[in-house]
Design a protein around this ligand. Structure first.
Ligand code: NAD
Ligand code: UFG
Length: 338
């Protein structure tokens, strides 16, 4: 058996895919989640895919006594910290819940880790820390300029982690800055299950294709891009998941705090994604153009060189794989986990 890993946000979209790979690689997993944005059914689905079990506790990060109990019950080697809120618009409306859940929740986790001498961490950061960049591709040295409360919590957590690493050489932290995760496990047993109306493009496309939404509104058609729509670096969630395994393997090789971009290095436009989805899956996606969405970045994609050099990781799946697997999940689970 390999190391014992605590996974926070275990039943969420990216956490569940990562646990599948961790179990398949014989890691011992303890998951925690307060289920605020995920379903308990995920646990059975993971067992179905892997044929393996893992310990799970329904626990809120901010409930320090419960969190400490989990830490006292197991000897963890490393932690992967996914738990948190992630909706940009909601963070603008209700910044305090983001400060509390993301920032305070993370601080309580790090304090508990320090008390239990567990100081190896892989953190879920986001390309949102770069804000609306002037230049692409984005390297880890690009300016950090988050433009909304959600993005700021990620930035502040990174600063907090740098301070911890500066204060104690036993901390080893890799902060993975994800670009745009999409797709689902190829089995179709786990996938992205947003609550209510999706904010993000891919779940909106899949819900439109299946008839839950009437049409997709494409926000803006007059950007300075080849087809007038915004460009993003979409990354298959299973490639992203494997990036976490590489990070666990390499953690400690570079002492202290290390940010790493996880992206493909390619910018794909909204129209390209919609058309590829329709062609590959042989379905219709009704769409029309609407005004630009306030605050949208025009072009965002990663320079993935450092991830390759340090983690020996690169993406394997392309846009066709992403749209195929996203649709497979939606078709098999028209109402998500419910
Ligand atoms: P998700 O919402 O599917 O998963 C997060 C999980 O954390 C959920 O299961 C939720 O119930 C749980 N959670 C939230 N607050 C908690 C708390 N206080 N205590 C315990 N559990 C709590 O989101 P995801 O897409 O899997 O994202 C995982 C991480 O990756 C998040 O930190 C997110 O900010 C980051 N991220 C996501 C994206 C994306 O587009 N999906 C992009 C960049 C970064
Ligand atoms: N879009 C539409 N219509 C929609 C939804 C999105 O046209 O209904 C467009 C957006 O305008 C944007 C592109 O699709 O041009 C991608 O939008 P998403 O909302 O899917 O993704 P963003 O890159 O804007 O942002 C998301 C999260 C950020 C995170 C980032 C990278 O909201 O917090 O992905 O992970 F940092």
């Amino acid at each position: 058996m390999k190391e014992r890993i605590l996974v926070t946000g275990a039943t969420g979209y990216i956490g569940s895919h990562t646990i599948v790979d961790l179990l398949e690689q014989d890691y011992q997993i303890v998951g925690i989640d307060n289920l605020v944005n995920s379903s308990i059914q995920v646990i059975d689905r993971i067992k179905k895919i892997t044929g393996k079990s893992f310990e799970f506790f329904e626990c809120d990060l901010r409930d320090k006594p419960s969190l400490s109990d989990v830490f006292k019950s197991f000897d963890f080697d490393k932690v992967i910290h996914f738990a948190g809120y992630k909706a940009v618009g909601e963070s603008v409306q209700e910044p305090n819940i983001y400060f509390s859940n993301n920032f305070v929740g993370s601080q309580i986790l790090f304090e508990t880790m320090a008390e239990c001498e567990v100081k190896n961490l892989v953190f879920s950061s986001s390309c949102t820390v770069y804000g609306n960049p002037k230049d692409v591709p984005l390297s880890e040295q690009s300016d950090l300029n988050p433009t909304n409360p959600y993005g700021r919590t990620k930035y502040w957590i990174e600063l907090m982690l740098q301070d911890l690493c500066n204060s104690d050489p036993n901390w080893n932290v890799i902060s993975l800055r994800y670009f745009n995760p999409v797709g689902a496990h190829e089995s179709g047993w786990i996938g992205e299950d947003p609550l209510g109306v999706p904010n993000n493009l891919m779940p909106f496309i899949t819900q439109t294709a299946i008839g839950i939404r009437e049409e997709l509104k494409i926000f803006g058609k007059d950007y300075n891009t080849p087809d007038g729509t915004c460009l993003r670096d979409y990354i298959h969630v299973c490639d992203l998941s494997l990036g976490h395994i590489k990070a666990l393997e390499k953690i400690g090789l570079n002492k202290g705090f290390l940010p790493i971009n996880l992206g493909t290095g390619n910018g794909v436009s909204v129209l390209e994604l919609v058309h590829t989805f329709a062609e590959v899956n042989k379905v219709t996606v009704n769409y029309s153009f609407a005004d630009r969405r306030e605050g949208d970045a025009v072009k965002v994609w990663a320079d993935p060189t450092f991830a390759y050099d340090f983690l020996h990781w690169k993406t394997e799946k392309d846009i066709k794989d992403m749209v195929r697997d996203a649709w497979n999940w939606q078709k098999k689970n028209p109402n998500g986990y419910n």
